[in-house]
Design a protein around this ligand. Structure first.
Ligand SMILES: [Mg+2]
Length: 386
């Protein structure tokens, strides 16, 4: 039985197509930790920690892991603890990681993705098979409009509609009048065939303020309102007072949070990440709790590079709960970019080929492991020293 032999970490910085911001974010996206894991037969698997220092939630219950922190946690604690684990024994991998250090789910997720990638390559199956099989063959993509000006958004939305995007997420939570005007403009340009959702990233100060703002937007037919305020109970309060369903994101990290969300009684949607729970194995648990409670889910993330985004796609394919369109990039290397905008947040990517898109959905890659090969030359090109 092959075993995990060694783990290396490095930090990359992908160039962004344009600045991508949301409420509370103070650093650039795309500066992430890459994990290269080698097994005893010489196979290589890849993982990524899209760690952001600002990303937390729920009154300090979770907190940011920067790239430097994630790298230190992986190199110092996780890597030595998991050498020798048999390929495919993800339960043992998590038991060892959780025993050596508490918390740091993004660091643990990066290691786990590489372990899943290796197991899939060894068994010659895609990771979705290891997660229980494919619940779907395509993953619909929602394009996220960051905190840009209304004029810039008009131009971008027109392009998105042309490119076949079916769902647009608008970042709000900044200023009520600006937010309402932005959603009006997006609906005007997008027309009625497109679904619109909004994400405040905890930006409104009180449930009352959030309710007032959302009521002014609801004429634009919102599919859902994501994380209007901080705190499970406070989101639930908003959810009980507006017509559109509310989604928990910053407040929904793991299966235990999901139980609390179910008990709150007002939240109908949970945003699952591969990372918040600490990896795919635990993200599947989040989906299972939600499914049992009738809560629907999407997969959402931190604008990963192709390496982390392949894990998003494998999770979205495997989790029966993920019935909503997912807010994930369409990972596309520079050679395959021809001015398209939908799902494109970076000017280049770390994969040898682009994710294939049909009717606004990513076709789940069926290759072994995470499904698409990593381009080592691109990793060298975008590697940064710190
Ligand atoms: Mg969100």
């Amino acid at each position: 039985m092959p075993t995990i032999k060694s783990i290396e970490t490095l930090i990359v910085q992908l160039p962004t197509r344009r600045e991508h911001k949301w409420a509370g974010l103070t650093e650039v996206i795309g500066r992430y930790v890459i994990v290269k894991m080698t097994d005893s037969d010489g196979r290589v698997g890849w993982g990524e920690a899209p760690a952001l220092k600002d990303w937390g939630g729920e009154f300090g219950r979770y907190f940011g892991e920067s790239a430097l922190i994630a790298r230190a946690v992986i190199d110092t604690y996780l890597a030595p603890a998991i050498v020798g684990v048999e390929l495919g024994n993800i339960a043992e991998l998590h038991a060892r990681m959780d025993a050596i250090i508490r918390g740091y789910p993004y660091s643990k997720a990066a290691v786990e993705f590489a372990a899943y990638d290796l197991a899939g390559r060894w068994l010659n199956v895609p990771v979705s098979t290891l997660l229980g099989g494919r619940a779907r063959d395509r993953v619909s993509v929602t394009h996220s409009i960051g905190l840009i000006s209304i004029d810039e958004a008009r131009v971008e939305v027109a392009k998105l509609v042309q490119e076949g995007v079916r769902t647009i997420k608008v970042k709000i939570g900044v200023d009520p009048d600006r937010d309402v005007a932005m959603v009006d403009a997006v609906r005007e340009v997008a027309g009625n065939a497109v679904e619109i959702c909004v994400d405040a990233n905890e930006g409104y100060k009180t449930p009352g303020e959030a309710v007032q703002v959302v009521r002014r937007m609801e004429k634009n037919r919102l599919k859902y309102v994501e994380q209007p305020v901080m705190g499970i109970e406070r989101i639930a309060e908003v959810g009980r007072r507006i017509d559109a369903p509310v989604m928990a994101d910053e407040s929904a990290w793991n299966a235990h949070d999901s139980i609390q969300i179910v008990r709150s009684g007002g939240i109908q949607i949970v945003s699952i990440y591969t990372t918040k729970a600490g990896g795919l194995y635990k993200a599947m648990e989040v989906g299972a709790v939600c499914r049992a409670a009738g809560i629907i889910c999407n997969v959402n993330g931190s604008i990963e590079t192709g390496i982390g985004n392949l894990a998003n796609v494998q999770l979205a394919a495997a989790s029966p709960s993920v019935t909503l369109s997912c807010v994930i990039p369409i990972s596309t290397p520079a050679e395959f970019q021809h001015g398209q905008v939908a799902g494109i947040y970076y000017k280049d990517d770390l994969l040898v080929e682009p994710m294939k898109v049909v009717d606004g959905a990513i076709v789940v890659p069926s290759g072994p492991g995470m499904g698409i090969e990593v381009d080592q030359k691109k990793i060298e090109k975008y590697c940064v020293r710190d």
